[in-house]
Design a protein around this ligand. Structure first.
Ligand code: PXP
Length: 238
């Protein structure tokens, strides 16, 4: 059964709508942990549009599970990560105008930069994961850059409108997970996963963790955050 990492960015999105103090992402993280999540994920974007530096500091101090910081390779962000030392840093591509992360990292084109940033982070005992598309050559290159953890981008699967297109993406994700596993890598997956599309991904035995944010936070408005996490965990585990 895959573990569940819950991305709490959108608790901060709601807070920033008023630029006040509630809802507090730290309190949200505690509820999420108490409801059985295995890790907390937060993305410190360069424009700090939701999670900010103070949140990251407070998460590091208060979390009881694992802290997975999503981040770009921007030098200012890398500096913050090195200071705060999350358990894991997941490197993601970032564009200012995107609503959310749009694709996996360009491991081939950015190989040298990825290698350098990875070494900086690993030297501080921060585990590094790359958010990549389910493509064999990208997995191979990730391994070559000294990284043993990947998060497969499930966005295309999640956004597929027709069953055939979704099945095609599922096959790609399955093959990518099997290939990475055969190289001894730890495989997680995420992006766009919801209560009604997560099951086929959760059934891929090589995937060890699913990172899910928006759908859980959205559902929490109706059923409460703890219940929203438990419902997702129930689906993943059955
Ligand atoms: N994994 C990564 C690397 C992401 O960038 C995001 C979005 O911040 C997620 C998982 C969670 O995606 P969603 O909010 O669509 O569940």
């Amino acid at each position: 059964m895959p573990k569940l990492g819950v991305n709490i960015d959108h608790v901060a999105t709601l807070r920033q709508a008023r630029q006040e103090f509630e809802p507090d992402p730290i309190e949200a993280a505690q509820i999420v942990e108490n409801a059985g999540a295995d890790s907390i994920v937060a993305h410190l974007r360069e424009d700090a549009r939701h999670i900010n530096k103070k949140d990251i500091e407070n998460l590091k101090k208060s979390l009881r599970t694992r802290f997975n910081l999503e981040m770009s390779m921007d030098p200012a962000i890398v500096k913050i990560a090195i200071k705060i030392k999350p358990d894991q840093a997941t490197l993601v591509p970032e564009k200012r105008n995107e609503l959310t992360t749009e694709g996996g990292l360009d491991v081939i084109g950015q190989f040298q930069k990825i290698k350098r940033v990875t070494q900086e982070l690993q030297a501080k005992k921060i585990e590094v994961s790359l958010f990549i598309d389910p493509i064999k050559s990208h997995i191979k290159k990730t391994k070559e850059s000294g990284i043993d953890i990947i998060e497969l981008h499930t966005g295309k699967y999640a956004n597929a409108k027709k069953k055939e297109a979704q099945d095609k993406e599922l096959k790609k994700i399955t093959a990518a997970a099997q290939y990475a596993h055969s190289l001894g890598m730890t495989v997680s997956a995420g992006h766009g996963l919801k209560y009604d599309n997560v099951s086929p991904i959760a059934k891929i035995s090589e995937i060890e963790e699913l990172n899910i944010g928006h759908s859980i936070i959205a559902r929490s408005i109706f059923v409460g955050l703890g219940s929203a996490v438990k419902e997702m965990n129930h689906i993943i585990n059955h």
